[in-house]
Structure formats: C-alpha cells, structure tokens
Design a protein around this ligand. Structure first.
Ligand SMILES: Nc1ncnc2c1ncn2[C@@H]1O[C@H](COP(=O)(O)OP(=O)(O)O)[C@@H](O)[C@H]1O
Ligand SMILES: [Mg+2]
Length: 454
C-alpha cells in the first residue's frame, strides 16, 4: 500500500463534517477511483491526502510512514503526491505555460538547466510546445488540464491525484486526458481520480472506493463495488450503463450469466449465439427438458446438409412461450432403395434388409402389399409412400420401397426428380434381381400415377 488513512475525520470551520471515519488503502501502481455524488467528500479527502488539510482525528500514511505536518515534511510529501485540482484556474497562475510548468521544479530547488530540461520534456510529451508562451487562461479546457498535469508531473511524483479530471471537457479532450492517465499508469505511477461518472469509474479503475456523506460505503474492484445495486443507489448514483444493459440481456437469457463486462467487446463476447429461440410450449414441458423442433435441410442448415433441431428449454415465460437453446445436430443423409416385388425372393429380400440396414419399409400397390403381408414383412407405410420415404431419408433413415413392375419406373423417376430439384443428395438405388427390369421400365414414356395406383 502506497497510501493509507486510518479513521480519518475532518470538519470545516463552519462545523460541516466532510470526512467521517475513513480508513482506506491505495495499492501502488493502480488506477483508483473515488466515486460519490457532489458533496460526498472527495475533494476534501484529496486535500487531506496531500497534507493541504490537517485531519481532526486519524492519520494519513504515505509509504508506510505517518505524514508530518512540518514545512519540510509537507514539502517532501507534495513532491511524492501531486494533486491536479478540478478547476484548472485554481492551479494555473503563472504568466506563461512554460513558467507554470517550471514552478514546481524551481520550488524543489532544481538548477536552471535542470528545470529547462524537465519543462521541455513535459511540453514535448503533452504536445504543449506550440503553447509555450501563451498565458494559461487563454487555453481551452483540455489544454489547461494538460498544462496542470504537466506541472504536477514535472516534480516526478509517485502518486498523481486528479480531482474530477474529466469534468467540463469535451469527449475528445476527455479521451486525451484518459490516454495520458493510462500512459502514466503504464509508466508505474499510481493514479487516483475522483468522479461521479460511474461509467468512467467502472470501466477505467482497478480499484474503486465509494463515498457517501463523508463516509466510505464500499471498496474493492470495480466489479465488486458496482455489483451492489442498492448501495450504489443509496449513494445517489446509478449503476454503470453497460452493466444495466448486460443485466437486462441476462434476464432474457440473451447473455451468459454472472459476468461483469467492462466494455462493449466484452459484452458482445457474453452474448448467446443466435441459437436461441422463443417458441410456444406446452405446459407439461419443464425447464431443462429437451424438445425436438424438427429437421432443417438445404439452405437452412448451418453445419451440414441436414440437421436435427433438438433444443433445451432454458426459461419458461408466463405467456406460454419458452426460450430454448437450439442444439443442432448434423445428420447423415439417408437412402431410398426400390425393390421390385415381381421378382420377390424371401432370402434375397432378407439379405437386402440386413445389408442396407433398412429401418423403414413402404409398400406401393395392391400386389406388393399382398406379397409383403403373406411373407410377414413389417411394412410401416402403405400410402403416400414416396413422399414419406423422401422425408424419412432426409432425416437419415434407410428406406425400402416395395413396388411392382408398373410402378417401379414411376417411383424411380419421382425420386430422381426430387433429388435433382432439391439438390439434396440422397442415396438412391434400385436393388435386387428385379432391378434390371426396373431400368428397362424406366424407358417407358407413359407412366402410371402413383396416387392412382397405391
Ligand atoms: N470550504 C468549505 N467550508 C465548509 N464546508 C465545505 C467546504 N468545502 C466543502 N464543504 C462541504 O464538505 C462536504 C464535502 O465536500 P467536498 O469534499 O467538496 O465533496 P465532493 O468533492 O465529493 O463534491 C460538503 O458537505 C461540502 O458542502
Ligand atoms: Mg469535489
């Protein structure tokens, strides 16, 4: 800990108790924010931290040593703990930018050459060379802030305290100052800011201290401090915008739970994939159960040619809808075989069932159905056989269509047409001894209609 306070108390001469029993620790090399609404005591605390104000009770400890309020003790402290006031006009008073930045190093007794070197280094670093001879009060808000920071940094402090450093700056000016603060932190400086901007504190800080009415309400990582909505609200602040959005998304199952995104890329990473759907659901299906939403194929699939759309119920709403997470599973295309029952041979038939791993048998036409029945074949479909076989095959089934001479070529033609028009590659093949005949048949021009015959 580079800077600490123990049971600090301070009241202004008019009796206002601005700091009430505050004990804090500031870790070295971190980005620290004191957050609180106006009047919560941030500025007063900062003046206590660099010895400008003397506490009524308690102590301020820098580098493990309680600070001394003697002239030399304070000079030593202010060299190590630089403060940038909220209002730059309170800080800048020299006639030129150069002289203002030179003020601190001169006070520390640097030689003229040394002062010149440091000031020029600061002006180069902060892009202030062109403004060198200008009176500070002629500068823009962002320029003044840069001069003020340069003046503090010229004394090479370990800690830089900035009271509301972004207030009254335009977005570009604010970004420039933030860049500077991040850079200084990267160079090893401990940076302390105060702000009532919760979005800034949440996004920027390693460590946050929440103040309310002169008291410390909560301290810790930004995620920890802002995870307690009630405390943040009680301190008359709101929760960070990005956390609000995240919580709303999370409630709707649109984002992964229990996280604390700091910026938009982090939030986007937490979003659920679009494999989330709102569906109507029957009441008996419970959260966590799996439901099947059918099968996709062709252009609608994502992973493969065919996908079974299974899903898990994540959330049930009162209105009879549910949010389900799709578990799309790629299916291997199935097959359709056609067997000519005119050449039926039980042994061959059984062999075909086994060889092709048939799990769906449909029969077309009276003759096929009769033979199948007599032979004890387990026909599961005997109407609309071609369509049902196609539907089963695209979901991965191996189908066998039993048919007889007149309809064999028609069946084949229908299936080939379907394959050609849909672009879906099903395995399709006539099988068995009768298959040769089938190929002959397919040359016929006038084909009987399936529905008329089945
Ligand atoms: N010079 C002062 N004299 C009397 N009261 C003051 C003075 N400066 C600040 N206060 C009071 O001290 C409290 C803390 O103020 P301050 O430290 O400025 O808070 P913040 O910086 O969080 O806005 C407030 O109630 C404020 O009115
Ligand atoms: Mg203030």
């Amino acid at each position: 800990m580079i800077l600490e306070t123990r049971n600090l108390e301070f009241s202004y001469p008019d009796g206002t108790k601005a700091i009430d029993d505050i004990s804090i620790e500031v870790p070295k090399g971190k980005k620290v924010s004191f957050v609180g609404k106006n009047g919560s005591g941030k500025s007063t605390l900062f003046l206590l931290l660099n010895g400008t104000l003397k506490p009524k009770k308690g102590k301020v400890i820098f580098g493990g040593k309680e600070i001394e309020y003697s002239a030399s003790g304070l000079r030593e402290l202010r060299k190590k703990v630089g403060i940038v006031f909220q209002n730059s006009d309170d800080q800048l008073f020299a006639p030129t930018v150069y002289q203002d930045i030179a003020f601190g190093p001169l006070n520390l007794g640097y030689s003229k050459a040394e002062v010149d070197r440091v000031v020029n280094q600061m002006m180069d670093h902060f892009g202030l060379q062109p403004l060198k001879d200008k009176p500070p009060h002629h500068l823009s808000g962002g320029q003044k802030k840069r001069v003020a920071i340069a003046g503090v940094l010229a004394m090479d402090p370990d800690i830089i305290i900035l009271d509301e450093p972004l207030s009254n700056l335009d977005p570009v000016g604010a970004d420039e100052i933030l860049d500077i603060l991040n850079e200084l932190n990267g160079l090893g400086k401990t940076i302390i800011i105060s702000t009532h901007d919760v979005d800034l504190a949440y996004k920027w800080s390693d460590y946050v201290l929440l103040l309310s009415s002169g008291k410390l309400v909560r301290k810790g990582t930004a995620g920890h401090v802002f995870s307690n909505d009630a405390e943040v609200r009680d301190s008359s602040l709101k929760s960070p915008f990005i956390l609000d959005i995240y919580h709303e998304l999370e409630k709707r199952w649109l984002a992964t739970g229990n996280a604390q995104p700091k910026d938009i890329p982090e939030l986007v990473r937490l979003l659920h994939s679009i494999d989330l759907m709102r569906v109507e659901i029957s009441p008996e299906i419970a959260v966590g159960e799996c439901v099947n939403l059918g099968v996709l194929f062709g252009d609608y699939t994502k992973e493969g040619l065919y996908e079974a759309v299974n899903s898990r119920v994540l959330l049930k709403n009162d209105d009879g809808t549910a949010v389900v997470e799709l578990k799309r599973r790629v299916l291997k295309p199935g097959a359709i075989y056609v067997y000519n029952m005119d050449a039926f041979d039980k042994a061959e038939f059984d062999k075909i069932i086994e060889t092709y791993d048939i799990n769906f048998i449909g029969a077309m036409g009276k003759k096929s159905k009769d033979i199948a029945e007599d032979s004890g074949i387990d026909v599961v479909c005997n109407s609309g056989v071609i369509d049902k076989s196609i539907l089963n095959a695209i979901t991965g089934s191996k189908c066998l269509i039993l048919t007889s001479s007149g309809m064999v070529s028609h069946t084949e033609k229908r299936i080939r047409e379907y394959i050609q028009n849909s672009g879906i590659r099903l395995i399709f093949s006539p099988v068995g001894k009768g298959a040769a005949e089938t190929n002959e048949e397919s040359k016929h021009e006038h084909l009987p209609d399936e529905t008329a015959l089945s």
